[in-house]
Design a protein around this ligand. Structure first.
Ligand code: CP
Ligand code: NVA
Length: 298
């Protein structure tokens, strides 16, 4: 039997997503370090790209749960020397209890999952970043309650985070306004599959009207560093500023998965201002991932 993987938010039912959020909040408030449901279990973490939050939260989460996390970089394993993914997935999964991958190609994670005998977690690909959405949604629920029926506005690049917000809108049933410059729109198939929950805009301020949450991300993601200058020009009208926040509802929150570039995708006033919950969401990466590991492994 195939193990249960977490590659996309669409792998979860709406009840499961809400269950993970409430379990994550419960774990956040449970300071009992003797609760070790993953004692003796091992998580292998394969990182093709840099990470602060994802690496530390998975590693700390496994340790707190009584298990262990292994950091593996393709540079130091045979993956970087061309060992077939299929073989690597079979071998690694025969020795550990769970595998998390952060890769460029999304296909690499789905192929790995196909040949893995243990659960595979997507720790970010060029297409999706579902773990971040568990933490963001936990932060929203903690500050404002259920997000069903609310309006979220995405400003900026139609990237892996934007795609994950589209999928979250489907599973948790909220409206998503998207304002992206031409040439940087999200994947059309992902948008189409979400139906009329998604509305596209040309202006961040128009999109933000009546919104309960404003979200953005870097203009150039990992692997796009050489496009930075070109993107600065394309995205110059897509910075989240106080005027974007003023267009939204008075109690709107601001989120960003981090790392952020103040003065590019978001002004310092907004990210460091009273509506920003970016550091709550960042801390929630730990609690949400512990809830996810427990869900997949216990
Ligand atoms: N938000 C996020 O995934 O951060 P890291 O790249 O630091 O893991
Ligand atoms: N879109 C960003 C998210 C980083 C957490 C990237 O892929 O680099």
């Amino acid at each position: 039997m195939q193990p249960r993987h977490f590659i996309s938010l669409l792998d979860l039912t709406s009840d499961e997503f809400r269950g993970l959020i409430s379990r994550a909040s419960e774990l956040k408030n449970n300071k009992d370090r003797d609760f070790q449901p993953l004692k003796g279990q091992v998580l292998a973490m394969i990182f093709e790209k840099s990470s602060t939050r994802t690496r530390i939260s998975f590693e700390a989460g496994m340790t707190q749960f009584g298990g262990h996390a292994l950091f593996l970089s393709p540079r130091d394993t045979q993956l970087g020397r061309g060992e077939p993914l299929e073989d690597s997935a079979k071998v690694i999964s025969s020795m550990v209890d769970c595998i998390m991958l952060r890769t460029y190609s999304h296909d690499m994670v789905t192929t790995f999952a196909k040949y893995s005998s243990v659960p595979v977690i997507n720790g970010l690909t060029e297409l999706l970043h579902p773990c971040q959405l568990l933490a963001d949604m936990q932060a929203y629920f903690e500050h404002r309650g259920d997000i069903a029926g609310k309006t979220v506005t995405w400003v900026g690049d139609g990237n892996n985070m934007c795609h994950s917000y589209i999928n979250a809108a489907r599973v948790l049933n909220f409206k998503l306004n998207i304002a992206c410059p031409e040439g940087y729109l999200p994947n059309q198939a992902i948008v189409d599959d979400a139906g009329d929950r998604i509305c596209m805009f040309n202006s961040a301020e128009e999109a933000a009207e009546n919104s309960d949450l404003i979200v953005t991300d870097v203009w150039a993601s990992m692997g796009q560093e050489e496009e930075q200058k070109k993107r600065e020009i394309a995205f110059k009208n897509y910075q989240v500023t106080e005027s974007t926040m003023n267009a939204a509802n008075n109690d709107a929150l601001f989120m960003h998965c981090l790392p952020a570039h103040r003065g590019e995708e978001v002004s310092a006033e907004v990210i460091d201002g009273p509506q920003s919950v970016v550091f709550d969401a960042a801390e929630n990466r730990l609690h949400a991932q512990k809830a996810l590991l427990e869900f997949l492994l216990c």
